[in-house]
Design a protein around this ligand. Structure first.
Ligand SMILES: [Zn+2]
Length: 401
Protein backbone atom coordinates (compact mmCIF):
# COMPACT_ATOMS: atom_id res chain seq x y z
CA UNK A 1 0.00 0.00 0.00
CA UNK A 2 2.79 2.34 0.99
CA UNK A 3 4.59 1.50 -2.26
CA UNK A 4 1.47 1.95 -4.31
CA UNK A 5 0.88 5.42 -2.82
CA UNK A 6 4.49 6.44 -3.49
CA UNK A 7 4.24 5.25 -7.07
CA UNK A 8 0.93 7.05 -7.57
CA UNK A 9 2.39 10.25 -6.17
CA UNK A 10 5.48 9.98 -8.36
CA UNK A 11 3.33 9.44 -11.44
CA UNK A 12 1.14 12.41 -10.50
CA UNK A 13 4.12 14.69 -9.95
CA UNK A 14 5.71 13.58 -13.23
CA UNK A 15 2.49 14.25 -15.15
CA UNK A 16 2.02 17.61 -13.49
CA UNK A 17 5.60 18.77 -14.04
CA UNK A 18 5.55 17.35 -17.58
CA UNK A 19 2.47 19.35 -18.49
CA UNK A 20 4.01 22.47 -16.97
CA UNK A 21 7.14 21.92 -19.05
CA UNK A 22 5.04 21.55 -22.20
CA UNK A 23 3.28 24.80 -21.40
CA UNK A 24 6.50 26.56 -20.56
CA UNK A 25 9.60 25.11 -22.29
CA UNK A 26 12.65 26.11 -20.39
CA UNK A 27 10.78 25.78 -17.15
CA UNK A 28 11.73 28.45 -14.65
CA UNK A 29 14.38 29.89 -17.01
CA UNK A 30 11.64 31.12 -19.32
CA UNK A 31 10.07 34.58 -18.96
CA UNK A 32 6.51 35.06 -20.16
CA UNK A 33 5.60 38.23 -22.05
CA UNK A 34 2.26 39.71 -23.07
CA UNK A 35 1.10 39.84 -26.69
CA UNK A 36 2.92 42.66 -28.52
CA UNK A 37 5.75 42.90 -25.98
CA UNK A 38 9.32 42.12 -26.94
CA UNK A 39 11.59 39.82 -24.95
CA UNK A 40 13.72 41.32 -22.17
CA UNK A 41 17.40 42.01 -23.03
CA UNK A 42 19.53 38.89 -23.16
CA UNK A 43 16.62 36.60 -24.07
CA UNK A 44 14.90 35.42 -27.22
CA UNK A 45 11.37 34.18 -27.92
CA UNK A 46 11.55 30.38 -27.82
CA UNK A 47 7.81 29.75 -28.06
CA UNK A 48 4.95 32.25 -28.50
CA UNK A 49 5.22 34.79 -25.66
CA UNK A 50 7.92 32.86 -23.83
CA UNK A 51 11.46 34.23 -23.71
CA UNK A 52 14.67 32.58 -22.59
CA UNK A 53 18.36 33.37 -22.43
CA UNK A 54 21.18 30.98 -23.33
CA UNK A 55 22.74 28.88 -20.59
CA UNK A 56 26.22 30.33 -21.28
CA UNK A 57 26.86 34.05 -21.74
CA UNK A 58 25.95 35.16 -25.28
CA UNK A 59 28.88 36.16 -27.52
CA UNK A 60 29.09 39.69 -28.82
CA UNK A 61 27.89 40.20 -32.39
CA UNK A 62 31.54 40.51 -33.37
CA UNK A 63 32.38 37.05 -32.10
CA UNK A 64 29.34 35.11 -33.27
CA UNK A 65 30.49 33.69 -36.61
CA UNK A 66 28.40 30.62 -37.38
CA UNK A 67 29.73 28.35 -40.11
CA UNK A 68 27.02 27.70 -42.67
CA UNK A 69 26.32 24.02 -43.25
CA UNK A 70 24.43 24.75 -46.46
CA UNK A 71 25.74 22.70 -49.36
CA UNK A 72 24.66 24.41 -52.57
CA UNK A 73 26.22 25.16 -55.97
CA UNK A 74 29.06 27.67 -55.72
CA UNK A 75 30.29 29.73 -58.65
CA UNK A 76 33.09 32.08 -57.75
CA UNK A 77 33.57 34.67 -60.49
CA UNK A 78 37.03 36.22 -60.51
CA UNK A 79 36.59 38.08 -63.78
CA UNK A 80 33.52 39.84 -65.10
CA UNK A 81 31.95 37.91 -68.00
CA UNK A 82 32.16 41.02 -70.20
CA UNK A 83 34.65 43.87 -70.02
CA UNK A 84 33.45 46.34 -67.41
CA UNK A 85 33.78 50.05 -66.88
CA UNK A 86 33.99 51.14 -63.26
CA UNK A 87 32.14 54.46 -63.31
CA UNK A 88 32.65 55.03 -59.58
CA UNK A 89 36.43 54.78 -59.43
CA UNK A 90 38.58 55.96 -56.55
CA UNK A 91 41.98 54.44 -57.37
CA UNK A 92 43.73 57.71 -56.49
CA UNK A 93 46.66 56.00 -54.77
CA UNK A 94 47.58 54.40 -58.11
CA UNK A 95 47.27 57.44 -60.35
CA UNK A 96 50.45 59.23 -59.34
CA UNK A 97 52.98 57.66 -61.71
CA UNK A 98 53.34 55.56 -64.83
CA UNK A 99 54.59 52.68 -62.63
CA UNK A 100 51.60 52.74 -60.29
CA UNK A 101 49.26 53.05 -63.28
CA UNK A 102 50.78 49.85 -64.68
CA UNK A 103 49.96 48.16 -61.36
CA UNK A 104 46.39 49.47 -61.62
CA UNK A 105 46.21 47.97 -65.12
CA UNK A 106 47.35 44.57 -63.86
CA UNK A 107 44.77 44.67 -61.03
CA UNK A 108 41.99 45.56 -63.45
CA UNK A 109 43.03 42.94 -66.01
CA UNK A 110 42.63 40.23 -63.39
CA UNK A 111 39.01 41.42 -62.89
CA UNK A 112 38.19 42.15 -66.54
CA UNK A 113 37.62 45.82 -65.74
CA UNK A 114 38.74 47.44 -68.97
CA UNK A 115 38.22 51.04 -68.01
CA UNK A 116 37.96 53.04 -64.80
CA UNK A 117 36.44 56.50 -64.46
CA UNK A 118 38.09 58.52 -61.72
CA UNK A 119 35.34 60.18 -59.67
CA UNK A 120 37.53 62.33 -57.45
CA UNK A 121 36.09 65.77 -57.99
CA UNK A 122 39.28 67.24 -59.45
CA UNK A 123 39.52 70.42 -61.48
CA UNK A 124 41.99 72.92 -62.93
CA UNK A 125 45.71 72.21 -62.51
CA UNK A 126 45.12 69.05 -60.50
CA UNK A 127 42.97 67.59 -63.26
CA UNK A 128 45.49 68.53 -65.96
CA UNK A 129 48.28 66.91 -63.98
CA UNK A 130 46.27 63.73 -63.51
CA UNK A 131 45.39 63.51 -67.19
CA UNK A 132 49.01 64.18 -68.21
CA UNK A 133 50.19 61.24 -66.09
CA UNK A 134 47.48 58.99 -67.55
CA UNK A 135 48.43 60.03 -71.11
CA UNK A 136 52.05 59.18 -70.37
CA UNK A 137 51.12 55.62 -69.40
CA UNK A 138 51.42 53.26 -72.35
CA UNK A 139 49.33 50.67 -70.48
CA UNK A 140 46.54 52.92 -69.25
CA UNK A 141 46.23 55.94 -71.56
CA UNK A 142 43.00 54.56 -73.05
CA UNK A 143 41.74 52.90 -69.88
CA UNK A 144 41.47 55.69 -67.31
CA UNK A 145 39.27 58.75 -67.69
CA UNK A 146 38.53 61.53 -65.24
CA UNK A 147 35.41 63.39 -64.12
CA UNK A 148 35.61 67.12 -63.43
CA UNK A 149 34.82 68.59 -60.04
CA UNK A 150 32.63 71.61 -59.44
CA UNK A 151 33.57 74.07 -56.72
CA UNK A 152 30.31 74.87 -54.92
CA UNK A 153 31.85 77.25 -52.40
CA UNK A 154 30.43 80.79 -52.30
CA UNK A 155 27.58 80.42 -54.74
CA UNK A 156 26.31 83.93 -55.38
CA UNK A 157 27.05 86.85 -57.69
CA UNK A 158 29.28 85.72 -60.58
CA UNK A 159 29.59 82.12 -59.42
CA UNK A 160 27.82 80.50 -62.36
CA UNK A 161 29.95 82.24 -65.02
CA UNK A 162 33.16 81.21 -63.24
CA UNK A 163 31.99 77.64 -62.69
CA UNK A 164 30.88 77.17 -66.30
CA UNK A 165 34.17 78.61 -67.61
CA UNK A 166 36.15 76.27 -65.37
CA UNK A 167 34.04 73.31 -66.48
CA UNK A 168 34.67 74.16 -70.14
CA UNK A 169 38.41 74.35 -69.44
CA UNK A 170 38.31 70.99 -67.64
CA UNK A 171 36.48 69.41 -70.57
CA UNK A 172 39.06 70.87 -72.96
CA UNK A 173 41.70 69.23 -70.76
CA UNK A 174 39.98 65.85 -71.13
CA UNK A 175 37.28 65.48 -68.45
CA UNK A 176 34.43 63.20 -69.56
CA UNK A 177 31.73 64.05 -67.00
CA UNK A 178 31.12 65.78 -63.67
CA UNK A 179 31.67 64.22 -60.27
CA UNK A 180 31.64 62.75 -57.92
CA UNK A 181 29.70 65.58 -56.36
CA UNK A 182 30.16 64.70 -52.70
CA UNK A 183 27.68 64.50 -49.91
CA UNK A 184 28.77 67.86 -48.50
CA UNK A 185 26.64 69.32 -51.29
CA UNK A 186 23.23 69.80 -49.70
CA UNK A 187 24.46 69.19 -46.17
CA UNK A 188 27.37 71.44 -45.21
CA UNK A 189 28.27 73.71 -48.15
CA UNK A 190 27.24 77.33 -47.63
CA UNK A 191 26.37 80.03 -50.13
CA UNK A 192 28.19 83.38 -50.25
CA UNK A 193 25.40 84.82 -48.10
CA UNK A 194 25.99 82.20 -45.40
CA UNK A 195 22.85 80.14 -45.99
CA UNK A 196 22.97 76.41 -46.74
CA UNK A 197 23.34 75.66 -50.44
CA UNK A 198 20.25 73.63 -51.32
CA UNK A 199 20.61 70.93 -53.95
CA UNK A 200 17.91 72.49 -56.09
CA UNK A 201 19.10 76.10 -55.77
CA UNK A 202 18.19 77.86 -59.05
CA UNK A 203 21.53 79.70 -59.04
CA UNK A 204 23.11 76.37 -59.97
CA UNK A 205 21.01 75.80 -63.07
CA UNK A 206 23.63 77.25 -65.48
CA UNK A 207 26.11 74.54 -64.51
CA UNK A 208 23.54 71.77 -65.04
CA UNK A 209 22.61 73.31 -68.38
CA UNK A 210 26.29 73.44 -69.35
CA UNK A 211 26.58 69.75 -68.48
CA UNK A 212 23.70 68.99 -70.85
CA UNK A 213 25.19 71.13 -73.62
CA UNK A 214 28.65 69.53 -73.22
CA UNK A 215 27.12 66.01 -72.99
CA UNK A 216 28.58 65.36 -69.56
CA UNK A 217 26.81 63.01 -67.15
CA UNK A 218 26.58 64.45 -63.64
CA UNK A 219 27.55 61.91 -61.00
CA UNK A 220 26.12 62.91 -57.66
CA UNK A 221 26.23 61.38 -54.21
CA UNK A 222 23.53 62.74 -51.91
CA UNK A 223 23.36 62.12 -48.19
CA UNK A 224 23.91 58.81 -46.46
CA UNK A 225 22.03 55.55 -45.92
CA UNK A 226 18.78 56.29 -44.14
CA UNK A 227 19.79 54.42 -40.99
CA UNK A 228 22.61 56.93 -40.43
CA UNK A 229 19.92 59.50 -39.64
CA UNK A 230 18.16 57.26 -37.12
CA UNK A 231 18.88 56.77 -33.39
CA UNK A 232 21.84 54.42 -32.91
CA UNK A 233 20.11 51.66 -30.97
CA UNK A 234 19.87 47.89 -31.21
CA UNK A 235 17.11 48.14 -33.80
CA UNK A 236 19.33 50.11 -36.16
CA UNK A 237 20.43 47.92 -39.08
CA UNK A 238 23.74 49.80 -39.24
CA UNK A 239 24.47 49.84 -35.48
CA UNK A 240 27.88 48.22 -35.82
CA UNK A 241 29.01 50.52 -38.61
CA UNK A 242 27.86 53.58 -36.68
CA UNK A 243 29.76 52.38 -33.62
CA UNK A 244 32.90 51.58 -35.63
CA UNK A 245 32.74 54.91 -37.48
CA UNK A 246 30.86 57.35 -35.22
CA UNK A 247 31.64 60.17 -37.66
CA UNK A 248 29.04 58.66 -40.00
CA UNK A 249 26.17 59.35 -37.60
CA UNK A 250 23.82 62.13 -38.47
CA UNK A 251 21.84 63.49 -35.57
CA UNK A 252 18.14 62.63 -35.96
CA UNK A 253 17.34 66.33 -35.34
CA UNK A 254 19.70 67.63 -37.99
CA UNK A 255 18.31 69.46 -40.99
CA UNK A 256 18.21 68.65 -43.73
CA UNK A 257 17.38 65.09 -42.71
CA UNK A 258 17.26 62.15 -45.11
CA UNK A 259 13.84 62.88 -46.60
CA UNK A 260 14.50 66.61 -46.92
CA UNK A 261 17.70 65.91 -48.86
CA UNK A 262 16.03 63.39 -51.12
CA UNK A 263 13.25 65.84 -51.86
CA UNK A 264 15.74 68.55 -52.87
CA UNK A 265 17.71 66.05 -54.94
CA UNK A 266 14.61 64.92 -56.82
CA UNK A 267 13.69 68.56 -57.47
CA UNK A 268 17.16 69.08 -58.90
CA UNK A 269 16.67 66.13 -61.28
CA UNK A 270 13.19 67.34 -62.26
CA UNK A 271 14.07 70.94 -62.93
CA UNK A 272 16.95 69.96 -65.27
CA UNK A 273 15.37 67.32 -67.50
CA UNK A 274 17.96 67.72 -70.28
CA UNK A 275 20.84 66.92 -67.91
CA UNK A 276 21.81 63.30 -67.34
CA UNK A 277 22.23 62.59 -63.64
CA UNK A 278 23.77 59.44 -62.20
CA UNK A 279 22.70 58.99 -58.57
CA UNK A 280 25.55 57.26 -56.74
CA UNK A 281 24.76 54.20 -54.60
CA UNK A 282 21.38 53.75 -56.32
CA UNK A 283 20.38 57.01 -54.66
CA UNK A 284 20.44 55.17 -51.29
CA UNK A 285 17.19 53.50 -52.30
CA UNK A 286 18.53 50.01 -53.03
CA UNK A 287 16.62 48.97 -49.89
CA UNK A 288 13.39 50.23 -51.48
CA UNK A 289 13.48 49.42 -55.17
CA UNK A 290 9.80 50.29 -55.54
CA UNK A 291 10.63 53.86 -54.60
CA UNK A 292 13.64 53.94 -56.92
CA UNK A 293 11.52 52.51 -59.74
CA UNK A 294 8.95 55.28 -59.31
CA UNK A 295 11.77 57.83 -59.55
CA UNK A 296 13.15 56.15 -62.69
CA UNK A 297 9.66 56.17 -64.22
CA UNK A 298 9.15 59.83 -63.48
CA UNK A 299 12.65 61.05 -64.42
CA UNK A 300 14.00 59.69 -67.71
CA UNK A 301 17.24 61.66 -67.15
CA UNK A 302 18.08 59.60 -64.04
CA UNK A 303 20.65 56.80 -63.97
CA UNK A 304 22.14 55.00 -60.97
CA UNK A 305 25.37 53.26 -60.08
CA UNK A 306 25.57 50.21 -57.83
CA UNK A 307 28.66 51.22 -55.81
CA UNK A 308 28.74 50.02 -52.20
CA UNK A 309 25.10 48.88 -52.09
CA UNK A 310 25.64 45.26 -53.10
CA UNK A 311 24.41 44.22 -49.65
CA UNK A 312 20.94 45.50 -50.56
CA UNK A 313 20.89 44.07 -54.09
CA UNK A 314 22.03 40.65 -52.95
CA UNK A 315 19.52 40.27 -50.12
CA UNK A 316 16.49 40.52 -52.43
CA UNK A 317 17.49 38.45 -55.45
CA UNK A 318 14.03 38.18 -57.03
CA UNK A 319 13.05 41.83 -56.63
CA UNK A 320 16.52 43.03 -57.64
CA UNK A 321 16.55 40.75 -60.68
CA UNK A 322 13.23 42.17 -61.85
CA UNK A 323 14.41 45.73 -61.18
CA UNK A 324 17.59 45.19 -63.22
CA UNK A 325 15.56 43.70 -66.07
CA UNK A 326 13.07 46.57 -66.06
CA UNK A 327 15.67 49.34 -65.78
CA UNK A 328 18.48 47.58 -67.67
CA UNK A 329 19.26 50.72 -69.70
CA UNK A 330 19.68 52.97 -66.64
CA UNK A 331 22.04 51.08 -64.28
CA UNK A 332 25.84 51.47 -64.33
CA UNK A 333 28.51 49.36 -62.71
CA UNK A 334 30.57 51.30 -60.18
CA UNK A 335 32.56 50.02 -57.24
CA UNK A 336 33.44 53.07 -55.10
CA UNK A 337 36.21 52.19 -52.58
CA UNK A 338 39.09 50.74 -54.63
CA UNK A 339 39.72 47.23 -53.28
CA UNK A 340 40.45 44.77 -56.10
CA UNK A 341 39.49 41.73 -54.02
CA UNK A 342 35.95 43.06 -53.56
CA UNK A 343 34.92 43.32 -57.23
CA UNK A 344 34.33 39.54 -57.63
CA UNK A 345 31.44 39.74 -55.13
CA UNK A 346 29.67 42.01 -57.60
CA UNK A 347 30.30 39.62 -60.50
CA UNK A 348 28.95 36.73 -58.43
CA UNK A 349 25.77 38.57 -57.46
CA UNK A 350 25.13 39.77 -61.03
CA UNK A 351 26.14 36.66 -62.96
CA UNK A 352 25.17 33.64 -60.85
CA UNK A 353 22.14 32.19 -59.10
CA UNK A 354 24.20 31.12 -56.10
CA UNK A 355 22.47 31.04 -52.74
CA UNK A 356 23.46 32.36 -49.37
CA UNK A 357 27.04 33.53 -49.60
CA UNK A 358 29.10 36.03 -47.66
CA UNK A 359 29.35 39.71 -48.40
CA UNK A 360 32.76 41.37 -48.13
CA UNK A 361 32.00 43.68 -45.23
CA UNK A 362 30.32 42.18 -42.24
CA UNK A 363 29.70 45.55 -40.62
CA UNK A 364 27.54 46.67 -43.56
CA UNK A 365 25.34 43.62 -43.49
CA UNK A 366 24.59 40.84 -41.06
CA UNK A 367 22.99 38.82 -43.81
CA UNK A 368 24.08 36.70 -46.75
CA UNK A 369 23.88 37.48 -50.44
CA UNK A 370 22.18 35.66 -53.33
CA UNK A 371 22.93 35.81 -57.03
CA UNK A 372 20.43 37.62 -59.25
CA UNK A 373 21.43 35.75 -62.43
CA UNK A 374 21.25 38.54 -65.01
CA UNK A 375 21.07 37.56 -68.68
CA UNK A 376 24.05 38.37 -70.92
CA UNK A 377 22.33 41.25 -72.70
CA UNK A 378 21.67 42.97 -69.37
CA UNK A 379 25.16 42.28 -68.06
CA UNK A 380 26.65 44.01 -71.12
CA UNK A 381 24.45 47.05 -70.57
CA UNK A 382 25.26 47.32 -66.88
CA UNK A 383 28.97 46.62 -67.34
CA UNK A 384 29.72 48.97 -70.26
CA UNK A 385 27.01 49.79 -72.79
CA UNK A 386 24.98 52.19 -70.66
CA UNK A 387 27.96 54.19 -69.49
CA UNK A 388 29.37 54.44 -73.02
CA UNK A 389 26.03 55.77 -74.26
CA UNK A 390 25.66 58.49 -71.61
CA UNK A 391 29.37 59.39 -71.64
CA UNK A 392 30.16 60.01 -75.32
CA UNK A 393 33.62 61.34 -74.43
CA UNK A 394 34.77 57.89 -73.30
CA UNK A 395 36.79 55.85 -75.82
CA UNK A 396 33.98 54.15 -77.78
CA UNK A 397 35.93 51.73 -79.99
CA UNK A 398 36.69 48.08 -79.45
CA UNK A 399 33.83 47.04 -77.17
CA UNK A 400 31.99 43.78 -77.84
CA UNK A 401 28.62 44.20 -79.57
ZN1 LIG B 1 32.58 57.78 -54.44
Amino acid sequence: MQNFRALFLAAFVATFVGSQLAAQPGGDRATPIKPGESCPPGTTEIRPRSCMGPQDPAPSILDYRPRSTLVAPEHLVKKARYPAIDFHGHPQALLGSVESLARLGADLDALNVRMIVVANNVSGEQLKQMIATIKASPAMKDRVRVLAGINFQNVGQGWAERAVAQLEADVAAGAVGIGEIGKGFGQTIKKANGSRLALDDPELDPIWQAAARLKLPVFIHTGDPQEFYQPVNYNNERWLELELFPGRRVSPDQHPNFEELMKERDNLFRRNPKTTFVAAHMGWHANDLGRLGRMMDEMPNLYVDVGAVLYDIGRQPRTAHDFFIKYQDRILFGKDSYQPEEYPYYWRVFETNDDYFDYYRHYHAFWKLYGIGLPDEVLKKVYYQNVLRITPRLPQAGWPR
